[in-house]
Design a protein around this ligand. Structure first.
Ligand SMILES: NC(=O)c1ccc[n+]([C@@H]2O[C@H](COP(=O)([O-])OP(=O)(O)OC[C@H]3O[C@@H](n4cnc5c(N)ncnc54)[C@H](OP(=O)(O)O)[C@@H]3O)[C@@H](O)[C@H]2O)c1
Length: 303
């Protein structure tokens, strides 16, 4: 891979404060899901590299880690604790609730008040924390996309756990604008975590709405997730700029909207370094226009 263009952006994309909170993070963070074993189940092939990735991320300035106790299950949070506890001040760990992992490795909803409460306790125990900075209620929806089922009952449980001091702030994940509005009628919502990247633009309008409302938008699968992004346009832009495809995909998100925070996932030190380097890449207007064509290139399935 060639060296990206010279640095002209602040470190890790600059900082962002979650509205109504004292939590301030760099815009380039880290998603820990890839640290579990295959299929996000069981231990990683190389636990030492997993620990090294977490330590290097934080040593490089990352102060926003996205996780869940259903990754592994429990294993990813235990790795975070092993690698980073006692946590440096200012590190924001964001977790999510709403699913469980039976022994067959499948994903099942865990949305009763009892399951949500024990999910918070599992996160606290495995991370070694007394309170969780932010918890996203992750609606199961239709897999990686939302449905329109109400989420008020579950968000109310999280609001209650917040009143009890176990959660500091609440977000939602895999939701529609209507579900977000429902959640906001119950409690302040500081972030939305949905499927979005340069080829998956179905949330374009929501990103803009959230920017206007001062709410962070944290795309999951920023690099395409289980099927990393492939596009001739992405490759061509990367080649012209002397960067990698993944750096271009992340730089596109950083330039897309100032309320977007990145949580790219990797189990590899080399990929971590590459991904953190995305903040040094500035995409000129003509390249942004070319990248805007990728969703169309990918076809209607991308929307
Ligand atoms: N709320 C939700 O429903 C939800 C759903 C999914 C994920 N998430 C969160 O979002 C985070 C990001 O999503 P994700 O990790 O699933 O997907 P992602 O960040 O889009 O992509 C991760 C995949 O890309 C590969 N990769 C990473 N950097 C690379 C690079 N520089 N070059 C080539 N390949 C690279 C990774 O493999 P290597 O390990 O080999 O690098 C992995 O296969 C997760 O870690 C998790 O915290 C949330």
């Amino acid at each position: 891979m060639e060296t990206p263009p010279a640095q002209s952006e602040p470190r890790l994309g600059g900082s962002y404060t979650f509205a109504g909170t004292s939590l301030r993070v760099k815009r380039v963070g880290y998603g820990a899901m890839q640290l579990a074993g295959p299929g996000v189940y069981g231990p990683p092939k190389d636990p030492e590299e997993a620990v090294a990735v977490l330590r290097e991320a934080v040593a490089s300035g990352v102060d926003h880690i996205d996780t869940s106790d259903f990754y592994g299950p429990h294993i990813t949070n235990q790795l975070i604790r092993r690698a980073l506890h006692p946590y440096p001040s200012g590190l924001v760990i964001v977790s999510k609730l709403g699913a469980r992992r039976p022994p067959d490795g499948s994903w099942k909803p865990a949305i009763t008040p009892e399951e949500l409460t024990s999910g918070v306790q599992d996160n606290l125990r495995n991370l070694g924390l007394e309170a969780l900075d932010i918890v996203n209620y992750r609606s199961m929806g239709s897999g990686h996309g939302p449905d329109e089922r109400p989420i008020g009952e579950q968000v109310s449980v999280l609001a209650d756990l917040k009143r009890k001091g176990l959660i500091r702030h609440i977000g939602v994940s895999n939701v529609t604008a209507a579900q977000l509005a429902e959640a906001r009628s119950i409690t302040p919502i500081v972030c939305v975590q949905n499927y979005y990247n340069v080829a998956q633009r179905q949330d374009d309008a929501l990103v803009a709405d959230l920017e206007a409302q001062g709410i962070a938008y944290v795309p999951f699968f920023p690099l395409g997730g289980f099927t990393p992004l492939q596009s001739t346009t992405l490759s061509a832009v990367a080649q012209r700029l002397g960067a990698s495809r993944m750096q271009v995909a992340l730089a596109w998100l950083l330039q897309r909207s100032p309320n977007i925070l990145l949580i790219p996932g990797t189990s590899s030190l080399a990929h971590l370094r590459e991904n953190l380097g995305s903040c040094r890449l500035v995409l000129p207007r003509e390249e942004l226009e070319a990248l805007d064509g990728i969703a169309a290139e990918a076809g209607p399935a991308a929307h």
